[in-house]
Design a protein. Structure first.
Length: 294
Protein backbone atom coordinates (compact mmCIF):
# COMPACT_ATOMS: atom_id res chain seq x y z
CA UNK A 1 0.00 0.00 0.00
CA UNK A 2 1.38 3.39 -1.02
CA UNK A 3 0.17 6.49 0.84
CA UNK A 4 0.53 9.86 -0.85
CA UNK A 5 0.72 13.04 1.24
CA UNK A 6 1.00 16.60 0.02
CA UNK A 7 3.13 18.96 2.09
CA UNK A 8 2.28 22.34 0.60
CA UNK A 9 2.97 21.66 -3.07
CA UNK A 10 5.55 18.92 -2.38
CA UNK A 11 4.25 15.43 -3.13
CA UNK A 12 5.48 12.68 -0.77
CA UNK A 13 4.77 8.96 -0.89
CA UNK A 14 5.09 6.49 1.96
CA UNK A 15 6.27 3.27 0.33
CA UNK A 16 7.30 0.01 1.92
CA UNK A 17 9.67 -2.94 1.78
CA UNK A 18 7.05 -5.02 3.57
CA UNK A 19 7.16 -6.08 7.18
CA UNK A 20 9.26 -8.34 9.33
CA UNK A 21 8.74 -9.93 12.71
CA UNK A 22 11.05 -8.86 15.54
CA UNK A 23 11.31 -9.77 19.19
CA UNK A 24 9.17 -7.31 21.14
CA UNK A 25 11.91 -6.87 23.71
CA UNK A 26 14.14 -5.33 21.04
CA UNK A 27 11.80 -2.43 20.36
CA UNK A 28 10.63 -1.91 23.92
CA UNK A 29 13.92 -2.34 25.78
CA UNK A 30 13.45 -2.03 29.53
CA UNK A 31 9.67 -1.72 29.34
CA UNK A 32 7.95 -4.76 30.89
CA UNK A 33 5.92 -6.80 28.43
CA UNK A 34 2.74 -6.33 30.51
CA UNK A 35 2.92 -2.65 29.54
CA UNK A 36 3.98 -2.79 25.89
CA UNK A 37 1.66 -5.66 24.99
CA UNK A 38 -1.23 -3.20 25.50
CA UNK A 39 0.21 -1.27 22.54
CA UNK A 40 1.04 -4.24 20.32
CA UNK A 41 0.09 -7.85 20.98
CA UNK A 42 3.02 -10.22 20.31
CA UNK A 43 2.68 -13.67 18.71
CA UNK A 44 3.43 -16.92 20.55
CA UNK A 45 7.18 -16.38 20.01
CA UNK A 46 7.03 -12.86 21.51
CA UNK A 47 7.43 -11.34 18.04
CA UNK A 48 5.75 -8.15 16.83
CA UNK A 49 5.07 -6.95 13.27
CA UNK A 50 7.59 -4.32 12.23
CA UNK A 51 6.96 -2.23 9.12
CA UNK A 52 9.82 -1.32 6.76
CA UNK A 53 8.64 2.03 5.43
CA UNK A 54 10.51 4.45 3.21
CA UNK A 55 9.66 7.96 2.07
CA UNK A 56 9.79 9.08 -1.55
CA UNK A 57 9.80 12.84 -2.07
CA UNK A 58 9.11 14.48 -5.44
CA UNK A 59 11.39 17.47 -4.86
CA UNK A 60 12.65 20.26 -7.09
CA UNK A 61 16.05 18.51 -6.93
CA UNK A 62 14.57 15.26 -8.26
CA UNK A 63 13.26 12.11 -6.61
CA UNK A 64 14.60 11.60 -3.11
CA UNK A 65 14.19 8.18 -1.48
CA UNK A 66 14.73 7.93 2.28
CA UNK A 67 15.90 4.42 3.27
CA UNK A 68 15.64 1.17 1.37
CA UNK A 69 14.34 -1.55 3.73
CA UNK A 70 15.86 -5.04 4.03
CA UNK A 71 16.14 -5.56 0.28
CA UNK A 72 16.54 -8.97 -1.33
CA UNK A 73 20.10 -10.12 -0.56
CA UNK A 74 19.12 -12.50 2.23
CA UNK A 75 19.51 -16.26 2.58
CA UNK A 76 17.03 -18.89 3.73
CA UNK A 77 18.16 -18.52 7.35
CA UNK A 78 17.81 -14.73 7.45
CA UNK A 79 14.34 -14.77 5.90
CA UNK A 80 13.28 -17.27 8.54
CA UNK A 81 14.81 -15.21 11.35
CA UNK A 82 12.89 -12.14 10.12
CA UNK A 83 9.66 -14.10 9.83
CA UNK A 84 9.44 -13.11 6.17
CA UNK A 85 8.74 -15.11 3.05
CA UNK A 86 11.55 -14.66 0.52
CA UNK A 87 10.39 -12.07 -1.97
CA UNK A 88 11.87 -9.93 -4.74
CA UNK A 89 11.73 -6.17 -5.32
CA UNK A 90 9.08 -5.37 -2.72
CA UNK A 91 10.09 -1.70 -2.37
CA UNK A 92 10.88 -1.33 -6.08
CA UNK A 93 7.39 -2.73 -6.74
CA UNK A 94 5.84 0.08 -4.67
CA UNK A 95 7.85 2.63 -6.66
CA UNK A 96 6.74 1.05 -9.93
CA UNK A 97 3.12 1.35 -8.79
CA UNK A 98 3.85 5.10 -8.82
CA UNK A 99 5.35 4.88 -12.30
CA UNK A 100 8.90 5.23 -10.97
CA UNK A 101 11.71 2.95 -12.14
CA UNK A 102 14.89 2.43 -10.05
CA UNK A 103 16.91 4.52 -12.54
CA UNK A 104 14.55 7.47 -11.99
CA UNK A 105 15.63 7.94 -8.36
CA UNK A 106 18.11 10.83 -8.00
CA UNK A 107 19.04 10.74 -4.32
CA UNK A 108 18.93 7.96 -1.74
CA UNK A 109 19.30 9.24 1.81
CA UNK A 110 20.25 6.47 4.22
CA UNK A 111 19.16 7.54 7.71
CA UNK A 112 21.75 5.05 9.02
CA UNK A 113 23.32 1.82 7.79
CA UNK A 114 21.49 -0.83 9.82
CA UNK A 115 20.43 -3.78 7.68
CA UNK A 116 16.70 -2.94 7.78
CA UNK A 117 17.41 0.51 6.28
CA UNK A 118 20.36 -0.02 3.92
CA UNK A 119 19.73 -3.61 2.79
CA UNK A 120 17.81 -2.50 -0.29
CA UNK A 121 20.48 0.01 -1.29
CA UNK A 122 22.21 -2.72 -3.29
CA UNK A 123 21.06 -5.88 -5.06
CA UNK A 124 22.36 -8.94 -6.86
CA UNK A 125 22.88 -7.89 -10.49
CA UNK A 126 21.08 -11.11 -11.53
CA UNK A 127 18.09 -11.02 -9.19
CA UNK A 128 18.01 -14.80 -8.62
CA UNK A 129 21.77 -15.37 -8.40
CA UNK A 130 23.47 -14.72 -5.03
CA UNK A 131 26.85 -15.25 -6.72
CA UNK A 132 26.30 -12.41 -9.21
CA UNK A 133 28.08 -9.08 -8.55
CA UNK A 134 26.32 -6.74 -6.12
CA UNK A 135 25.26 -3.43 -7.68
CA UNK A 136 23.46 -0.24 -6.61
CA UNK A 137 19.69 -0.86 -6.74
CA UNK A 138 19.17 2.74 -7.91
CA UNK A 139 21.91 3.01 -10.54
CA UNK A 140 21.76 6.79 -11.17
CA UNK A 141 21.29 7.88 -7.58
CA UNK A 142 23.69 9.66 -5.26
CA UNK A 143 23.57 7.78 -1.97
CA UNK A 144 24.07 10.02 1.07
CA UNK A 145 25.43 8.66 4.33
CA UNK A 146 26.76 10.37 7.44
CA UNK A 147 30.53 10.23 7.98
CA UNK A 148 30.19 8.96 11.56
CA UNK A 149 27.67 6.32 10.53
CA UNK A 150 29.99 5.00 7.84
CA UNK A 151 32.78 4.83 10.41
CA UNK A 152 30.55 3.00 12.92
CA UNK A 153 29.42 0.57 10.22
CA UNK A 154 32.92 -0.02 8.89
CA UNK A 155 34.33 -0.74 12.34
CA UNK A 156 31.44 -2.39 14.21
CA UNK A 157 31.68 -3.69 17.75
CA UNK A 158 30.31 -6.86 19.33
CA UNK A 159 26.93 -5.20 19.82
CA UNK A 160 26.51 -3.69 16.34
CA UNK A 161 28.15 -6.35 14.16
CA UNK A 162 24.88 -8.23 13.57
CA UNK A 163 23.26 -5.37 11.65
CA UNK A 164 26.11 -3.77 9.64
CA UNK A 165 26.74 -5.67 6.39
CA UNK A 166 29.44 -4.25 4.05
CA UNK A 167 27.54 -5.61 1.00
CA UNK A 168 25.00 -2.87 1.66
CA UNK A 169 27.44 0.03 1.09
CA UNK A 170 30.81 -1.17 -0.26
CA UNK A 171 29.39 -1.77 -3.77
CA UNK A 172 28.10 1.84 -3.66
CA UNK A 173 31.60 3.06 -2.84
CA UNK A 174 33.09 0.89 -5.60
CA UNK A 175 30.60 2.34 -8.10
CA UNK A 176 31.41 5.91 -6.98
CA UNK A 177 27.81 6.39 -5.82
CA UNK A 178 28.33 6.88 -2.07
CA UNK A 179 28.56 10.48 -0.87
CA UNK A 180 29.75 11.02 2.67
CA UNK A 181 28.19 14.02 4.42
CA UNK A 182 28.68 15.62 7.81
CA UNK A 183 25.63 16.72 9.77
CA UNK A 184 22.21 17.83 8.56
CA UNK A 185 21.76 18.64 4.87
CA UNK A 186 19.44 20.81 2.80
CA UNK A 187 18.52 18.37 0.04
CA UNK A 188 16.05 20.41 -1.99
CA UNK A 189 13.61 23.26 -1.54
CA UNK A 190 11.66 22.32 1.59
CA UNK A 191 13.57 19.09 2.23
CA UNK A 192 16.25 18.75 4.89
CA UNK A 193 17.80 16.16 7.17
CA UNK A 194 19.11 16.53 10.70
CA UNK A 195 21.10 14.22 12.90
CA UNK A 196 19.43 13.13 16.14
CA UNK A 197 21.93 10.94 18.00
CA UNK A 198 20.78 8.08 20.21
CA UNK A 199 19.82 5.06 18.10
CA UNK A 200 23.23 5.48 16.48
CA UNK A 201 25.68 8.38 16.84
CA UNK A 202 24.57 10.16 13.69
CA UNK A 203 21.15 8.79 12.77
CA UNK A 204 19.02 11.21 10.77
CA UNK A 205 15.41 12.35 10.69
CA UNK A 206 14.01 14.06 7.56
CA UNK A 207 11.77 17.14 7.37
CA UNK A 208 9.61 18.19 4.44
CA UNK A 209 8.31 21.74 4.93
CA UNK A 210 6.37 24.12 2.76
CA UNK A 211 3.78 26.84 3.17
CA UNK A 212 3.35 26.35 6.91
CA UNK A 213 2.89 22.58 6.56
CA UNK A 214 5.47 20.02 7.62
CA UNK A 215 6.11 16.29 7.59
CA UNK A 216 8.63 14.59 9.86
CA UNK A 217 10.00 11.18 8.86
CA UNK A 218 11.27 10.01 12.22
CA UNK A 219 13.12 6.87 11.15
CA UNK A 220 14.66 5.12 14.13
CA UNK A 221 14.90 8.32 16.16
CA UNK A 222 11.40 7.22 17.19
CA UNK A 223 10.26 4.12 15.38
CA UNK A 224 6.87 3.57 17.10
CA UNK A 225 4.25 6.18 17.99
CA UNK A 226 4.16 4.90 21.59
CA UNK A 227 7.84 5.83 21.92
CA UNK A 228 6.99 9.46 21.28
CA UNK A 229 4.24 9.52 23.89
CA UNK A 230 6.41 7.81 26.51
CA UNK A 231 9.90 9.25 26.22
CA UNK A 232 11.38 6.62 28.56
CA UNK A 233 10.38 3.88 26.10
CA UNK A 234 13.63 3.40 24.19
CA UNK A 235 14.50 0.38 22.04
CA UNK A 236 17.16 -2.00 23.34
CA UNK A 237 19.05 -1.40 20.06
CA UNK A 238 19.82 2.26 20.82
CA UNK A 239 23.49 2.88 21.51
CA UNK A 240 22.82 5.90 23.77
CA UNK A 241 19.35 5.76 25.38
CA UNK A 242 19.65 9.07 27.23
CA UNK A 243 20.46 10.89 23.99
CA UNK A 244 17.49 9.13 22.34
CA UNK A 245 15.21 10.50 25.05
CA UNK A 246 16.54 14.06 24.65
CA UNK A 247 16.28 13.84 20.86
CA UNK A 248 12.66 12.70 21.11
CA UNK A 249 11.84 15.43 23.62
CA UNK A 250 13.19 18.07 21.25
CA UNK A 251 11.56 16.71 18.07
CA UNK A 252 8.26 16.18 19.87
CA UNK A 253 8.11 19.79 21.06
CA UNK A 254 8.85 21.12 17.56
CA UNK A 255 6.43 18.73 15.84
CA UNK A 256 3.64 19.51 18.30
CA UNK A 257 4.10 23.25 17.96
CA UNK A 258 4.05 23.01 14.18
CA UNK A 259 1.30 20.35 14.02
CA UNK A 260 3.63 18.30 11.80
CA UNK A 261 2.51 15.10 10.14
CA UNK A 262 4.62 12.34 11.71
CA UNK A 263 5.64 9.28 9.71
CA UNK A 264 6.57 6.22 11.77
CA UNK A 265 8.95 3.92 9.96
CA UNK A 266 8.54 0.68 11.93
CA UNK A 267 5.24 1.04 13.82
CA UNK A 268 3.19 -2.08 13.07
CA UNK A 269 -0.04 -0.10 13.34
CA UNK A 270 0.40 3.66 13.12
CA UNK A 271 1.67 4.86 9.75
CA UNK A 272 1.12 8.60 10.27
CA UNK A 273 -0.29 10.83 12.99
CA UNK A 274 -0.13 14.21 14.67
CA UNK A 275 0.50 15.20 18.27
CA UNK A 276 -2.36 16.48 20.38
CA UNK A 277 -2.31 17.40 24.06
CA UNK A 278 -3.71 14.58 26.19
CA UNK A 279 -4.42 14.45 29.93
CA UNK A 280 -0.87 13.34 30.71
CA UNK A 281 1.08 15.05 27.96
CA UNK A 282 1.25 14.80 24.19
CA UNK A 283 -0.35 11.81 22.48
CA UNK A 284 -0.24 10.73 18.86
CA UNK A 285 -3.55 10.85 17.05
CA UNK A 286 -3.25 8.40 14.18
CA UNK A 287 -4.21 9.60 10.71
CA UNK A 288 -3.31 6.44 8.78
CA UNK A 289 -3.34 3.07 10.52
CA UNK A 290 -2.66 -0.46 9.38
CA UNK A 291 -3.83 -3.75 10.85
CA UNK A 292 -1.12 -5.25 13.06
CA UNK A 293 -1.95 -8.86 12.27
CA UNK A 294 -3.68 -9.94 9.09
ZN1 LIG B 1 15.38 0.16 11.96
Amino acid sequence: MVYTQMVGSIRCHIVSDGRQLSDGGGFFGLVPRVLWERVIRPDEHNRIPVALRSLLIESDAGLILVDTGQGDKLGEKEWRRLGMAPRRQRLVGDLRALGIEPEDVDVVLLTHLHGDHAGGATCWSSPEDPASPIAPTFPRARYLVQRMELADASFPNERTRGTYFPDNWQPLQAAGRLEVVNGGQRLARGVRSETVPGHTDSIQAVWVEEGGESLLFLGDTCSWAAHLERLAWVPAFDTDPMQSIEGKRRLRAIAQERNSLLVFQHDGQVVTGRLVEGERGPVVEAEISEKAWE
